[in-house]
Write a protein that binds this ligand. Structure first.
Ligand SMILES: *Cc1c(COP(=O)(O)O)cnc(C)c1O
Length: 373
């Protein structure tokens, strides 16, 4: 591309996109096309460590799929106990985020509210749609309710993440109720429950009948082990689902996606997911315990999800040490309040023992308590 083409496109594009940095997803930072993918230990995107087996039907692939494939909605309706009119299947929960903003926010006029540190896609999605972002940072891992109240008149959509990413903890239910009350007549409150299967008793789904402004986001990418499928769900009341259906693409769910997703939502699929969750929760507890016993580890955040955030002496040293052994974790140190913090996904037992052994050996070799390598 010549210089002139770039200048031309910069001039033609929406001005705010020119300097916008796209979401630095785990897979953009380290692509699966990297030469020795098989040798890599992927603990940077909170994916499941293994995959199930699925069948795909190709007999109808010449036809457009249903707008909302019935086998898929029936599966999620059975799993969640909600009526199909309260569900919208989307291309991942990320599309749910985008659609809520698209449905409720006017470009160059409206704002969303986020409470950082939080999931990066809320503000990226808002920016990409010309929507303003107001941030009321959390205070020691809980919401700043007074700060939120102070901006209540200025926002159309509020994004809460529970369990939080990258922090890992659930928000107190009382604070979610406070937020719903503050915005009851004013704005949509989204509770992103991408990780709720790891602590299912804490879902806010039960509040859907009580609050007209509540939206719950879910995904098959984490506990269900289907990140590559790109399938998520928006849970809300029929009025919100109908409104969001106006701005979604005409055929948002590919037929093979519906086939695989509906198998994962069968009784046996759900049972397998729940067994995986039990295993991962136990591994997480053991790994958190191990971390808390390490001298170089300054703080281990409590986790209700399938990853652990921790603060350490020398986060670059640790990150690079693991990377040199093809173990990829996620640096979260650029987020507010998370200096020196790294996030590690709970993989399988073998992967976590590799992490522990790599660190233990490096420490033994340097005889240092920190991790300069
Ligand atoms: C992973 C994740 C998502 C996105 O899920 P997809 O269904 O893969 O798009 C949304 N929110 C949070 C908090 C996540 O961690």
């Amino acid at each position: 591309m010549t210089m002139n083409t770039k200048t031309l496109i910069d001039n033609l594009a929406r001005a705010e996109l020119v300097d916008m940095v796209p979401y630095q997803s785990a897979r953009r930072l380290f692509s699966s096309a990297d030469s020795d993918t098989d040798a890599k230990v992927w603990l940077n995107a909170n994916e499941a460590p293994g995959s199930g087996e699925y069948q795909i039907k190709s007999s109808n692939i010449n036809r457009y799929p249903d707008f909302q494939p019935d086998n898929l909605l029936t599966g999620y309706s059975n799993y969640s106990g909600l009526d199909k009119t309260q569900l919208l299947a989307t291309r991942g929960a990320d599309e749910g985020i985008e659609l809520v903003i698209k449905t409720f926010c006017k470009a160059y006029q409206d704002s969303i509210l986020i409470c950082s540190p939080t999931y990066g896609m809320y503000s990226i999605s808002a920016q990409a749609q010309g929507v303003n972002v107001i941030d009321v940072p959390m205070i020691s891992n809980t919401l700043d309710i007074d700060g939120i109240k102070a901006v209540a008149e200025q926002v159309k959509v509020v994004f809460l993440c529970s369990p939080g990413n990258p922090t890992g903890n659930l928000l107190p239910e009382s604070q979610i109720l406070d937020t719903l009350a503050i915005f009851q007549e004013k704005a949509i409150v989204v509770v992103d429950e991408a990780y709720i299967e790891f602590s299912p008793q804490n879902s806010m789904q039960k509040l859907l009948n009580q609050y007209d402004n509540l939206v719950v986001l879910r995904t098959l990418s984490k506990a269900f082990g289907l990140a590559g499928l790109r399938c998520g769900f928006t849970l809300s009341n029929p009025a919100i689902i109908t409104m969001m259906s106006k701005v979604i693409a005409p055929y948002p769910i590919a037929a093979p996606v519906a086939d695989i997703a509906s198998q994962s939502l069968s009784a046996s699929g759900i049972k397998a997911m729940q067994q995986d969750v039990t295993t991962l929760n136990q591994l997480k507890q053991d790994f958190s315990q191990w971390l808390s016993e390490q001298q170089w580890c300054k703080r281990v955040f409590p986790s209700d999800a399938n990853f652990v955030l921790f603060e350490c002496d020398d986060k670059d040293g640790l990150f690079d040490l693991l990377k040199a052994q093809n173990i990829l974790i996620r640096d979260q140190s650029k987020q507010v309040q998370l200096r020196n913090c790294l996030r590690i996904s709970i993989g399988n037992e073998y992967e976590l023992s590799l992490v522990k052994n790599t660190i233990t050996q490096a420490l033994a070799n340097t005889s240092a308590k920190t991790l300069k390598v």
